[in-house]
Structures are given as structure tokens and as C-alpha cells.
Design a binder for this molecule. Sequence first.
Ligand SMILES: [Zn+2]
Length: 222
Amino acid sequence: MILLLFGPPGCGKGTQAAFLAERFHIPAISTGEMFRAECKAGTPLGKTACSSLAKGGLVGDEIVNGIVANRIARADCAGGFLLDGYPRTVPQAHQFSRLLTERGLPAPVVIHLHVADAVLVARLAARRQCSQCMHIYNRLSQPPHVEGRCDIDGAPLVKREDDEESVILDRLRAYRELTGPILDWYGASRVRTVDGSLSPDAVKKAIEQMVRQTSDQDTCVV
Ligand SMILES: [Zn+2]
């Protein structure tokens, strides 16, 4: 079972990735985690990726593909895996597809968590952070006991700069520009869109059902 998870900032992707990993006993691998592990291991790929990141640049497709290929060859991926944050470009999607074919692995289940921009803006704009301990609250879903004060240390809660509406809209635009072509490349027949505006539990159920159906179908076709 190979799952690719796509969704805009604030859609609850992290929660769903952790849930799917537990439910299907597969590792949830984020590109951030992979880069850090590879850097730490000091492999040639890791060194190249580290120096690109340290210079504030993007890591090139070839390096990212190499790191993913190494990671999914590890024993914990034998029963499948979930990737979060990869592929990030159409050429990466091409290369990933070739890699799966070479290794005799099944085509991925592509999960797209869809949440309307207005909902994401409302969610993210309701976030507050403790000015002291950095704990995150949400005025809608996880409010503090006392309005505007941290439960832990009583310090004032502040809105982070990247949760301002204009910044959120920019991030959503950037996400769409990046991800739209990848979803198009996989095509409507492979991309499974899930309504991410439901409660986290309802989203979990919807994704689980969809993954089970899709893997059954794939098995039937083979
Ligand atoms: Zn605090």
C-alpha cells in the first residue's frame, strides 16, 4: 500500500498522516524528516541536500528523488508507506512512477484533502500562540480557558505573522500553483478527493474507507 497525501496548509494533513500510518501499519514519511535523517547520516546525498538547505535554496529534483529512493528501500517500508510532501514537482512524480515500476511496486493511492479557502482562512486566522511558551491555541477548536491567556503560564496569546489573512492567501496560492499540476498529472481516475472540512474523525473514516476501496479495486484489476 503506497499512499501519497496532498492538502493545503491548515487542512489537518499531519493528523491524517499519523492516523493512516497507525491504521495501516506503515511509516508516514515527510520530506522534512527524510532530509534531516539523511543529513544526520552524512551520506553524499545528505551532504548535498544539507548545503542547499543551509544556503536557503531548494533541493534539486535529482537529490530529492535519490533520498526518497533510499528511504523507501528500508525494511520498514516493505509493507507500504505514506509520503507527505513528495512528489513536489511533475518531474518528481514522473521519476517516482518509474522507480515504483522498476521495483515492481504498485501504483500509489493519491489522496487529496480538499478544504475551501474560506474555511482554511477562518481556521488559521483563529490560531493564537503563547508569547512565552509558544503553545498553539485555536479560538474555534482549542480555545484557552481564559480568553487571550495561556493555560500553562498565563502569558498573553498573540497572532503569528504567518497567520495573517494576506499571508495565508499567499500560501494557499503557492500551494495550488505547486500541487495543481501534480494532481493533473496523476489524473482524475487516480486522485481520490476527500472533503477535509469535516471533523477530523469524519475525515479519518472517509479516507480509510476510500483507501480500502481503492486497494481492493487495484487488486481486482491485477
Ligand atoms: Zn504559555
